[in-house]
Design a protein around this ligand. Structure first.
Ligand code: FMN
Length: 243
């Protein structure tokens, strides 16, 4: 069966204009940037902090953190392999970057930030914890249910049903409820580790108004924000200010 676009081309002789991409901001290539604190030191330093200065995070550090969260770590045939795992390799979690200069979407394949809008809406992501709103970066992990649909998912559900001999509906509901949360959790930990290695403060948060975040990011009906992670430099102490 011919697609509508093909039929239009046959009738008019004109090709449909390709869907234009939003503007993108290039970040440095993470492959060129070291991130190499010994693993034990990273675990020793990993902690949550509510204290952030408003100083910006440089692009080199931001891209290191985004690469840790969801970066390409494969080559050749595996060139879309990622630094964090996802259930059935769905890659169903998008990372939005909320900064003073607007909202952006991380695109791991090209290590760029895709423009969403230019408003500084950091305070919209900080329900009950306004003291962290001046931090320079909030990462928002957004689940997209549309990315979990497909043959592999149907097949896996049927195998699980066969093994457990339970109703397929109950199992799919269980898996669909847990999987995105676990996948977002893997990302949270990767970012905590990258921040520890870069001597930046970091805080995972569920204190946000889901509907407000949904509206501010302009999400679709299949998308849902799962977690916000706030990052920034440690605030300057009195001694730092004196010198
Ligand atoms: C999924 C998740 C959600 C969290 N949500 C919040 C939050 O909304 N507000 C907050 O201040 N801390 C939040 N935290 C941070 C925890 O309170 C913190 O991890 C815990 O106190 C242990 O401290 P540590 O991370 O330094 O080990 C969250 C942590 C995780 C993993």
């Amino acid at each position: 069966m011919k697609r509508i676009e093909d039929i239009k081309v046959m009738l008019t002789g004109k090709k449909a204009a390709p869907k234009s991409r939003p503007p993108e901001r290039d970040l440095p290539d993470p492959a060129d940037l070291p991130l190499d604190m010994p693993l034990k030191d990273v675990f020793m330093r990993r902690r949550s902090s509510l204290d952030f200065s408003d100083a910006t995070i440089c692009d080199e550090d931001l891209v290191r953190i985004l690469w840790a969260a969801d970066g390409i770590n494969g080559k050749g045939k595996n060139d879309n392999h990622r630094t964090t795992p996802t259930t059935l390799n769905w890659k169903e979690i998008d990372t939005y970057v909320v900064k003073a200069n607007g909202v952006w979407l991380w695109v791991p394949e090209r290590h760029v930030l895709s423009f969403v809008h230019e408003k500084d809406c950091r305070k919209d992501f900080c329900l009950l914890q306004p003291m962290v709103s001046q931090a320079p970066v909030h990462l928002v992990y957004v689940y997209d249910q549309a990315k979990t649909q497909g043959l592999m998912t149907d097949l896996a559900m049927q195998i699980v049903q066969f093994i457990k001999k339970k109703s397929i509906t109950t199992l799919s509901e269980e898996v669909m409820a847990h999987a995105p949360l676990l996948d977002a959790g893997a990302r949270v930990m990767a970012v905590y580790m990258a921040c520890a290695a870069l001597n930046l403060n970091c805080l995972a948060r569920l204190t946000f108004d889901s509907q407000k975040v949904h509206d501010t990011l302009g999400l679709t009906a299949t998308q849902k924000p799962l977690c916000v992670q706030t990052l920034g430099h440690k605030p300057k102490g009195l001694l730092d200010l004196a010198f």
